[in-house]
Design a protein around this ligand. Structure first.
Ligand SMILES: [Zn+2]
Length: 464
């Protein structure tokens, strides 16, 4: 059964209840004011791993990831570039999803946008005011921390030791420095919305508590994000949930920081934290591998050498898979791999299992034990597939001359005309296809992709 470190209890806990068939997950998403950085990629890749892992065990996973499309930083950037906040938000949201696609991250089940949920936030704020837990002052509406039954549950610090985070502005009119804005009044010339407390914008903490409850219900399975969100963001979401008498998330999980303290990235990398650029230089699979093979809660150094190492490891795996066809995966080996992931996403152990099989498989090829090697290849492929790292499998159209060459080669082999068969293999390989003979027929791969379309004489005309 899958376990995960729960920030709330401070221990590794059982994630799934017996008999549970769906899993609801809310992960704090991007504020779309800039390109995603390496820290964002790690968070998103980690929850993508968890989602795939749970789904492959038969659970139906419902992942909600919000898009903060109204925020001071978006508005500042729009002013700098003399454009609208909407234009900035839609530009960077498009880049966000394209980059996550490149990272092999599946899109969430829903991606609520803050601007679409303002009315629901206003209703929640009114409920908090009605409960005497929020108050109105000149510049907006604030949550009264003193009215929260248990503040600091996630942060694990006494109330009087908590300091306002850097997202909290100093405001002398507040009853307590920790009180945070649910609604901020803004000038009518700025992007904003009408409310009972004047024209303004909702607070970020109110956005997430509202959209998670509205989309997943008053209780859901897991609330996730990066460790930097524990305080104040998640603590303040939880504070509002308490005031609203909502049970809220059953578990909380947080992904460690990405650090760049050591070796500096070379000039070629440009903006050092830019995920889109790292993917352009190293490829999405190598960046994904760099993230996933580290334990998700530990700090991760993402230097140029980290990415070079990840690319070299990926090449080692792919070169092994390129040595022959896939046989049958060894169920016990795949189970050892997934069992490690089950244990608080222990991917370092899972990857050591995977690399053991790459090493053993290469030895089997060297010993010309091709059937056993093919089974190792299938085993490694199944492991990669589990975590979203398998070489892409897609239907490629096969040019008619290649289909004909494959057919003619089969015929030549049947006639024991090995000279012709070898000449035809050379023709097929010259066109960029790798060809393998398996028990089930001929297997073609191109650019490390398994070609699913079996060659046939009725092959459709090549594209363009
Ligand atoms: Zn959030």
């Amino acid at each position: 059964m899958t376990t995960l470190f729960d920030t709330m209890t401070g221990s590794v806990t059982q994630l799934i209840n017996p008999g549970q068939d769906t899993f609801s997950l809310y992960v704090c998403g991007p504020t779309v004011q800039d390109r995603p950085h390496l820290g964002h990629g790690r968070i998103v890749a980690t929850y993508d791993l968890l989602r795939r892992h749970l789904r492959q065990q038969g659970l139906q996973v419902n992942l909600v990831m919000n898009v903060t499309d109204v925020d001071d930083k978006i508005i500042t950037r729009a002013a700098q570039e003399s454009t609208s906040a909407e234009a900035i938000a839609s530009r960077y949201e498009a880049i966000w999803w394209e980059t996550m696609d490149e990272l092999g991250v599946e899109r969430p089940d829903s991606t609520p946008h803050a601007t679409d949920w303002v009315q629901a936030m206003i209703i929640k704020i009114q409920l908090m005011i009605d409960a005497q837990a929020a108050y109105v002052i000149e510049d907006g509406v604030y949550l009264r921390i003193a009215s929260v039954p248990h503040y600091g549950l996630l942060t694990k610090q006494a109330f009087d030791q908590l300091q306002p985070g850097n997202r909290v502005e100093v405001n002398q009119a507040k009853e307590s420095p920790l009180d945070f804005a649910l609604w901020k009044r803004v000038d009518v010339s700025e992007l904003g919305f009408d409310s009972p407390w004047g024209y303004g914008r909702p607070g970020w903490h109110t956005e997430c508590v509202t959209m998670s409850i509205e989309l997943l219900g008053p209780t859901f399975d897991l609330h996730g994000g990066g460790m930097d969100l524990i305080f104040p963001h998640h603590e303040n979401e939880l504070a509002q949930a308490q005031v609203l008498k909502t049970p809220f998330a059953r578990h909380w999980a947080h992904v460690g920081f990405v650090e760049m303290n050591g070796e500096k990235m070379s000039k070629s990398i440009g903006n050092t934290f830019d995920l889109t650029e790292a993917i352009r230089l190293f490829g999405g699979r190598a960046v994904r591998l760099a993230y996933l093979r580290a334990y998700y809660r530990s700090p991760l150094e993402m230097s140029e050498s980290t990415l070079n190492d990840a690319l070299a490891s990926l090449n080692r795996i792919d070169n092994f898979l390129d040595r022959g066809p896939y046989g049958r995966p060894e169920a016990g080996a795949v189970a050892a791999f997934t069992r490690a992931i089950d244990n608080d996403l222990d991917t370092p152990t899972a990857f050591s299992v995977l690399f053991d099989h790459v090493r053993e498989g290469n030895t089997l090829y060297d010993l010309r034990q091709f059937d056993s090697a093919a089974d190792k290849a299938a085993t490694v492929h199944a492991m990669l597939d589990w975590i979203g790292l398998a070489p892409t499998t897609e239907r490629l159209s096969i040019p008619p001359e290649i289909s004909e060459a494959v057919e003619a080669r089969q015929q030549a082999k049947q006639n024991r005309d090995y000279a012709t068969a070898d000449a035809l293999r050379a023709v097929i390989e010259a066109a960029g296809f790798a060809i393998f003979d398996t028990k089930d027929g001929t297997e073609l791969r191109k650019d490390r992709r398994l070609v699913i379309d079996r060659p046939s004489n009725e092959a459709s005309s090549p594209e363009n």
